[in-house]
Write a protein that binds this ligand. Structure first.
Ligand code: PFF
Length: 450
C-alpha cells in the first residue's frame, strides 16, 4: 500500500465520527422516503424486513467502507487505488453516483425549503381540499423559477459549509444540526401520538402482516436501506478517511446504523398517526409529505407552527446529507485533480447546481427531454438507485471480502489488535457470500431479469 504524502485533517472529538456519518445517513431518505415506501409496502411487515436488511447487509457494508476509507486516508477514488490500483473504477462509480444523486437531491431539498416558506407565510394554511394541495404541489414543481431559486439556495448553503473545511464546516455543522434534528423530531412525534385516532396508525406501522410481503418488498426494503445509510457510493469511504486512528469503527458503524433506523422509525411515528387520524390511505406515494401532510397539519391547532417546524426538520436532515455528497466530489477534485480545496468546492457547487437546475426544470419546461421514457429527474433517481448503488455495493463487498489484504482489514477493525472483534468470522461470511448473492439478485431483478 502506498503512503499518503500530505498530512490530512482528522475529525476532533469522540462523538464526531458518529455525528458526521449519521448526518450523512439521516436525510430525506428517512423522513420523506421511508414513511411512504413503508406505507406502500404494507407497514409493519416492511419495517421488519427493512431492519433485517439494515443489520445483515447495511451494517457489514458500512464497516467495509469505513475500513477502505481509514486504511487509505484518501478520497473515494484515491482510496481504492491506494489499496489495489485495479479497483479504482469502484471509486469513480462512487464519485459519479454522488454527483448525480446530489443533482436531484438538491431539487427535493429545495422543495422542502419552498414549503417551509409557504408554511411561514400562511399560504399552506389557506387551502383545504386534498385536490387543492395536489394542484398546489404540481404547480409549484412545474414553475420554472421558484424551485430553481430554492435549489440554488440549498446548493449555496451546502457550499458554505464545505468551504469552511472538514473540521470547521462539516464537523461543526453536524454537531449543531443533528441534536436540533432530534429535538424537533421528538417534539413532532409527541404531538402526533396525542392526536385522536392516531393509535390505528401506530398499529399499521408496528404490527407486521406478512401476508402482504412479496419478493419485491424485500428488494424495495434493501434499496431503501442502502440509500438511507448512504452506503455503496463512497460517502462513508470519504468520511472515514477523516476518522482518527483510535476511532472504533465497529461502534461507529453500529451507532450510525441505530441512529439512522431510529430516525426512520420516529418519522413513521410522526406521519402514520397523523395520516390515520384524518382517514387518508397510508399508501399515497412520494407526495405523502408535500400533499397529504400539509392538509393534515391544517386541521390542527397552531397548524402554521407545526408545518413550519416539520419542513425545518426536513431541511436540516437534507443539508447534512447534501454536505456529505458534496464532500465526496470535492475531496476527489482536490486530491486527484490537485485543485485547491476552494476551487474544488466551487467546481462541485456550480456543476451539481447546473445539474440540479436541469433536473428541476425537467419537472416542467424541460419535461420533453427524456431518457428511455423518463424525464431527467427520474432518470437520475433510477440510474443511481437501481444501477449504481447495487453495483457499487456488490463490488465493495467483493473487494473488501476477497481482495483486500486480511491484515489491513483486521488492523482497521480492531485498531491494530487493541479491540476485540468477536464476530469477525460472521462479518466475513456476510461480506464474502451472503451480501454479494443477495445484491446480485437485487441487481438482476432491477434489470427485469426475473
Ligand atoms: N442517506 C441520505 C438520506 O437518507 O437521505 C441520502 C444519501 C446521502 C444517499 C449520501 C447517499 C449518500 F452518499
Amino acid at each position: 500500500m502506498k503512503h499518503h504524502s500530505h498530512a490530512r485533517v482528522t475529525l476532533g472529538g469522540k462523538l464526531s465520527a458518529v455525528l458526521v456519518a449519521a448526518g450523512s445517513s439521516v436525510g430525506l431518505g428517512n423522513i420523506w422516503r421511508f414513511p411512504y415506501v413503508a406505507g406502500d409496502n404494507g407497514g409493519g411487515a416492511f419495517l421488519a424486513i427493512y431492519i433485517l436488511c439494515v443489520l445483515l447487509l447495511g451494517l457489514p457494508l458500512m464497516l467495509a467502507e469505513f475500513t477502505v476509507g481509514r486504511a487509505s486516508h484518501r478520497n473515494a477514488v484515491g482510496a481504492f487505488r491506494a489499496l489495489d490500483s485495479r479497483w479504482s473504477f469502484l471509486g469513480y462509480n462512487g464519485v459519479l453516483a454522488a454527483f448525480l444523486i446530489l443533482g436531484f437531491y438538491l431539487v427535493v431539498s429545495g422543495w422542502t425549503a419552498g414549503y417551509m416558506v409557504r408554511s411561514l407565510t400562511g399560504e399552506l394554511a389557506r387551502l383545504f381540499s386534498a385536490a387543492e394541495y395536489e394542484a398546489l404541489f404540481a404547480e409549484f414543481i412545474r414553475d420554472p423559477w421558484r424551485p430553481l431559486v430554492y435549489t440554488g439556495l440549498i446548493a449555496l448553503a451546502t457550499h458554505s459549509v464545505i468551504a469552511l473545511g472538514v473540521r470547521k464546516g462539516i464537523e461543526r455543522s453536524a454537531k449543531v444540526l443533528m441534536p436540533l434534528l432530534f429535538v424537533v423530531l421528538i417534539a413532532l412525534s409527541v404531538h402526533s401520538l396525542l392526536l385522536p385516532g392516531g393509535g390505528e396508525g401506530l398499529r399499521f406501522f408496528f404490527r407486521p402482516d406478512f401476508s402482504q410481503v412479496t419478493p419485491s418488498t424485500v428488494l424495495v426494503a434493501l434499496g431503501q436501506a442502502f440509500f438511507s445509510l448512504s452506503i455503496s457510493i463512497g460517502t462513508m469511504v470519504t468520511y472515514a478517511s477523516y476518522f482518527k486512528p483510535d476511532t472504533d469503527l465497529r461502534h461507529t458503524a453500529l451507532n450510525v446504523t441505530i441512529l439512522d433506523t431510529l430516525v426512520a422509525v420516529l418519522a413513521g411515528v410522526v406521519v402514520f398517526p397523523a395520516v390515520f387520524s384524518v382517514g387518508i390511505a397510508p399508501s399515497s406515494g412520494p407526495s405523502l409529505v408535500f400533499i397529504t401532510l400539509p392538509g393534515i397539519f391544517n386541521g390542527m391547532p397552531l397548524s402554521m407552527v407545526w408545518s413550519s417546524v416539520f419542513f425545518l426538520l426536513l431541511i436540516v436532515a437534507a443539508l447534512t446529507s447534501t454536505i456529505s455528497l458534496h464532500e465526496v466530489v470535492t475531496a476527489y477534485l482536490h486530491e486527484e485533480w490537485h485543485l485547491s480545496r476552494r476551487a474544488a468546492a466551487w467546481t462541485t457547487t456550480l456543476s451539481t447546481g447546473a445539474l440540479g437546475a436541469v433536473a428541476s426544470l425537467s419537472m416542467g419546461v424541460l419535461g420533453g427531454w427524456t431518457i428511455c421514457g423518463l424525464n431527467i429527474f427520474d432518470s437520475l433517481d433510477y440510474l443511481t438507485a437501481n444501477i449504481m448503488l447495487p453495483v457499487g455495493g456488490l463490488l465493495t463487498c467483493l473487494f473488501v471480502g476477497w481482495r483486500l489484504d486480511r491484515q489491513v482489514l483486521r488492523a482497521q477493525l480492531t485498531n491494530d489488535g487493541t479491540l476485540p472483534f468477536r464476530i469477525y468470522r460472521l462479518f466475513l461470511v456476510l461480506l464474502r457470500y451472503f451480501c454479494p448473492v443477495i445484491l446480485l439478485l437485487v441487481f438482476l431483478d432491477n434489470l427485469g431479469v426475473f
